[in-house]
Structure formats: structure tokens, C-alpha cells
Design a protein around this ligand. Structure first.
Ligand SMILES: [Zn+2]
Length: 198
């Protein structure tokens, strides 16, 4: 996401490697990276994010304290520890700054950018981000499961009057309620719920 001169990255799955290769053409790079949570599919690209290894670049990395008390820095670092990965995080020579969030925090950045956060309904919790700048709002609300009997007030809080809502549409309603293998409690939603009016 580009907001004026600022660049935001949401989560760091395998796509982060590809983005990193592209950013090499635009160095020096400064970007803010917002992690929804640290399940593997959201962090696996981070060890392969080449711009983070280059000293002239700078990254501001945001993520919530996990239910076990671990920080975003600890969890990103843990996946790079031998024998899981040969290159530990301290080899990354860019300027890495880490910010611990508590869901519900509001982040105010330069240029009048406001980022609201809220906890999402996902195993071990995830964070949704609502970004507002110059009267426009985009919401990143991946990895959240709806409730069967009510709307999720946290999701409503993030999505209110937004121009763009990126919502968890992992399943169809049929898959979610499948007789043999229902996905209730797995932490993901359906596109049908994402489009529902309240
Ligand atoms: Zn997850």
C-alpha cells in the first residue's frame, strides 16, 4: 500500500520474497510492515526478504504481543534459528525497528496517517488494521472467523464506512458448513459473510 511517500506492507508470507526482489530496484527502501499474526503462512517470506539484509534500508515492523507474551521480534527471529534456518535475524543489516502492539491501539504516523487496530477471532489471535489517510479508509482484516449468531463488533469497528475492506474469504458457505468436515472454529470466514449487510 502506498500513501504519499510511505509504503506499507501487510504480512510476510511467500509474496514478501517476490516483493523484496522488486524493491531492490528502488533502494534505499523504507517501509512499515504490519503483521496480523505469526502463523507460518504469514511470516515464511520474511527470512527471504532480501532488502532487509541491505544496510541502507529501514523497516518499521509492527505486531501484537502474543497470548504467550512473546514479541513480534522474538517470533520472527525464532523461525530463523538453527536448525530451522541457516541465517539468523541479526545477519539482516538493514535498520529494523520493532513495535509491540496491543490490539485496540491506534497508531498515528506522519502525513496524517491513522491506523486503528482490533483483535480478530482466530486461533491464538490475529490483528486487523484500518488505515485512514486524506479522508479514505482501507481495512486489512484477514484471518478472522465470523460468529454464527451475531456480527463481530471488532470487525464492524474496523469496517465502518471503509472504502475498501479486505476480508477473510477462505471458504464458501458450503465448505464452512460441510457435513463431513465443518470448518467451524478453524478461524476463517466466508465471502458470503464478508458481503453481508448489518
Ligand atoms: Zn492464522
Amino acid at each position: 500500500m502506498r500513501l504519499g511517500n510511505q509504503r506499507f506492507i501487510f504480512d510476510g508470507g511467500t509474496g514478501l520474497r517476490v516483493l523484496g526482489l522488486d524493491l531492490l530496484k528502488q533502494m534505499p527502501v523504507e517501509a512499515s510492515v504490519f503483521f496480523s499474526h505469526t502463523h507460518w503462512d504469514h511470516i515464511q517470506g520474511f527470512p527471504f526478504f532480501v532488502p532487509a539484509f541491505i544496510p541502507i534500508n529501514r523497516f518499521h515492523i509492527y505486531g501484537a504481543i502474543a497470548p504467550d507474551g512473546s514479541t513480534i521480534k522474538e517470533r520472527l527471529s525464532d523461525q530463523m534459528v538453527h536448525p530451522n534456518f541457516p541465517v539468523p535475524m541479526h545477519v539482516m543489516q538493514s535498520d529494523l525497528k520493532f513495535y509491540d502492539l496491543i490490539p485496540g491501539d491506534v497508531i498515528t504516523l506522519s502525513d496524517g496517517i491513522k491506523i486503528e487496530t482490533a483483535p480478530l477471532n482466530h486461533p491464538n489471535m490475529a490483528v486487523g488494521y484500518r488505515v485512514t489517510w486524506e479522508g479514505r479508509t482501507a481495512v486489512y482484516c484477514s484471518d478472522t472467523e465470523h460468529f454464527l449468531d451475531r456480527f463481530d463488533n471488532n470487525v464492524l469497528h474496523l469496517a465502518r464506512d471503509a472504502d475498501l475492506l479486505i476480508y477473510d474469504a477462505t471458504y464458501t458457505n458450503e465448505e464452512y458448513h460441510d457435513h463431513k468436515c465443518p470448518k467451524i472454529g478453524w478461524g476463517h470466514s466466508t465471502w458470503q459473510v464478508g458481503g453481508r449487510n448489518c
